[in-house]
Design a protein around this ligand. Structure first.
Ligand code: SAM
Length: 300
């Protein structure tokens, strides 16, 4: 994996991460996979990679997510950048679910850590993880296999997923919005609105915008091209602009936040054939404590 030499990541964090990560097992895993053959199984010819994605490096890694190196190193690194603990942070999204979903779409699913927790929480639901990188989907599929969970992994762009309107009860995205320009995040929220049934829920887990605004130096550390833009924005306001109601953001420790919105049920929805879900708050057993987290499966 080509890594820029001048980044804060490379100068300070990468040497520390290297001490904590078992590079030999990563190398063994990486060499055991025929990445081009396996990623071809997911690659769809009709997916156009947007310029904001292919022109940028993320975390100082050249080529962003369109290579196997990103797929192999993503989880080992991510576990150290989500205080107090990766599972606790992801669990905050699962805990914020107020619907009993039958069909769930996780946008920008990456290696599927949140997607798999969603499937664990709602085993009866059809769960789809969508990502622009077929390499990340290969890794996600391996994790699903080791966890014995059935998830559909789909190559696609969250801005235009090509799924039918009104066809999901829950749409989620974790750690996606700080990696997209504001107009792209807005387009993803518009698309989420289109995809949800009336009464359906959207949940966005990402960096805490208040904290990122106050601690400018954090933005340098994370080496993300769009994180400053993300920090100055408001997911809350963007959800409102996209048409969501009951929008609420809650802090997840001091460095992350989860924002929830509901697609409102309009009177006309009740008189048409459109699918509507009436959600009366019901106790949902989202507590996965004690279950092994799919985020941390070991590599072969
Ligand atoms: C920081 S990773 C987050 C992955 C995962 N959701 C998680 O919580 O670990 C961002 C992911 O979003 C994907 N991505 C970025 N823009 C996208 C888009 N427009 N459509 C689909 N996936 C996108 C990237 O390929 C990458 O896998």
């Amino acid at each position: 994996m080509a890594v820029r030499q001048d980044t804060i990541w490379e100068r300070f964090l990468s040497p520390v991460a290297r001490l904590l990560i078992d590079e030999d097992s990563l190398r063994r895993y990486s060499e055991s996979v025929d990445w081009e053959k396996e990623s071809d199984r997911f690659r769809r010819a009709d997916v156009v990679i947007p310029a904001y994605y292919s022109n940028q490096n993320f975390h100082g890694i050249q080529g962003g997510y369109l290579n196997s190196g990103a797929a192999v190193t993503y989880d080992p690194i991510t576990q150290y950048v989500l205080p107090p603990n990766e599972t606790v942070v992801r669990q905050a999204l699962v805990d914020a679910i107020k619907v009993q979903p039958r069909r769930i779409l996780d946008l920008g699913c990456g290696t599927g850590s949140t997607t798999l927790m969603l499937k664990q929480a709602f085993p009866e639901a059809e769960v789809i993880g969508l990502d622009l990188s077929p390499y990340m989907l290969v890794r996600a599929q391996h994790k699903a296999q080791s966890a014995g969970l059935e998830v559909n992994w789909r190559h696609g762009d969250a801005e235009q997923t090509k799924f039918k309107s009104d066809s999901f009860d829950l749409v989620t995205a974790s750690l996606l919005f700080h990696e997209t320009p504001t107009d792209v995040s807005q387009a993803i929220l518009r698309e989420s609105f289109r995809l949800l049934v009336a009464g359906g829920q959207v949940l966005i887990l990402d960096g805490n915008q208040k904290t990122l605004r106050q601690l400018e130096w954090l933005n340098d550390i994370f080496e993300e091209p769009y994180i400053r833009e993300y920090a100055t924005g408001s997911v809350d306001a963007s959800m409102g602009t996209a048409g969501f109601a009951a929008v609420q953001t809650q802090d997840v420790w001091w460095i992350n936040q989860v924002t929830s919105g509901i697609k409102p049920i309009l009177t006309e929805d009740l008189h048409t054939q459109r699918t509507v879900r009436h959600y009366t708050p019901i106790p949902i057993d989202n507590n996965l404590q004690g279950l092994p987290s799919p985020a941390f499966d070991t590599m072969p």
